[in-house]
Design a binder for this molecule. Structure first.
Ligand code: ZN
Ligand code: ZN
Length: 348
């Protein structure tokens, strides 16, 4: 029995948190359920799930389809694509059985890489290693999710770059079904013809193949994600703001003002820290540009956007003394006086 190794290399960075990550989680379950109805896939497919944010981690080692249980997807800060590729190549080295005179090795592995952002680490060493040793014997399908995926970067990895434009759950299901059909087609092709790369016909409504010369253009910083920490249980939470361009037309002057509107607040688990970049990701954003201030999703404190002098964003009940979950120091909050701290925004 020759194995057909399928690797899912999934971006679980903070920009994915929310609908994308939920869809991915549901999609994983749907993918497995669908593939299990396919006799060829059941016979040959082995799956592995690797996630990456600031760091990469294997959630499921290469496991035969019948025994594969979809793991819970964690999240973290950062998009270390370089680290993710290095991790993937180490896994390939460890797990892929090469053919020899005595035994038949694994079929050519297929990697589905999904990401929605730009790499935050240096990917050059990983790219070099990939092209030197892996590109010839591993099929990589890179899928950029949404408008901000760094498609040109993905194109330096592989010819197979797809841009996915999903609008809600139904679209994502169609995409997952496309992955299922591609994996099933691949397992049929190794069973009958012994090779070749088989991707199912693209579902034009939601995805398109990106040509090498078609660059995605410059990516705007349309998303601001701020990480807070709950004063009560010390767990992290994410506040997502999306850009909203405002035109202030006055007396023939057209002034554009960037405002970021709150679109969601998400409670994170402890493993958020484990997958995050150790180095601080300092993104400065003028708090005046942020519209909307959420409460804490962990403990229900009404103000989720207070800042300690150390830079840690935390939740507070209101004015008065508090303890910073970042540095452990006692601080005292008063509305809007800026001595080492300020309650950045009132409810917007
Ligand atoms: Zn809290
Ligand atoms: Zn602090």
């Amino acid at each position: 029995m020759r194995r057909l190794p399928i690797y899912l290399l999934l971006d679980v960075s903070e920009s994915m948190v929310g609908a994308n990550l939920r869809h991915l989680q549901q999609g994983l379950a749907r993918l497995i359920a669908t593939l299990r109805t396919d006799p060829h896939a059941l016979e040959s497919v082995f799956l592995s799930t690797i996630v990456f944010a600031g760091k990469a981690r294997t959630l499921t080692p290469l496991t035969e389809l019948a025994l594969f249980y979809p793991p819970r997807l964690p999240a973290g800060s950062g998009t270390s694509l370089g680290a993710a590729l290095e991790h993937l190549m180490d896994e390939l080295d460890r797990n892929i059985v090469a053919g020899s005179a005595e035994r038949k090795g694994d079929w050519r592995p297929v990697v589905y890489l999904m990401t929605d952002g730009k790499p935050t680490d240096d990917i050059e060493p990983a790219l070099k290693r990939w092209h030197a040793k892996y590109a010839q014997r591993v099929t990589l399908v890179a899928i950029g999710i949404g408008a901000h995926a760094a498609l040109p970067v993905l194109h330096r990895l592989t010819e197979n770059v797809l841009s996915l434009d999903v609008n809600g759950e139904e679209d994502f299901k169609r995409f997952v079904d496309w992955v299922s059909r591609s994996v099933a087609a691949q397992s049929r092709s190794v069973a009958t013809a012994g090779g070749g790369v088989n991707l199912a016909k693209l579902d034009d409504g939601i995805m398109r193949k990106i040509g090498a010369l078609e660059n995605a253009g410059t990516v705007d910083e349309d998303l601001v994600v701020l990480t807070g920490r709950c004063q009560t249980n010390a767990l992290p939470y994410l506040m997502k703001y999306e850009r909203n361009l405002h035109h202030l037309g006055q007396g023939g002057l057209d002034m554009k003002v960037d405002l970021y509107k709150l679109t969601g607040v998400f409670a994170m688990e402890q493993d958020y820290d484990e997958l995050s970049d150790a180095r601080a990701l300092l993104r400065t954003v003028n708090t005046d540009a942020l519209v909307g201030s959420p409460g804490c999703p962990h403990c229900g404190n009404p103000i989720g956007f207070a800042m300690c002098g150390c830079g840690q964003i935390m939740c507070i009940r209101g004015e008065g003394p508090a303890t910073c979950p970042g540095c452990g120091k006692a601080c005292n909050f008063t509305a809007g006086d800026g001595e080492g701290f300020d309650v950045a925004r009132s409810r917007g």
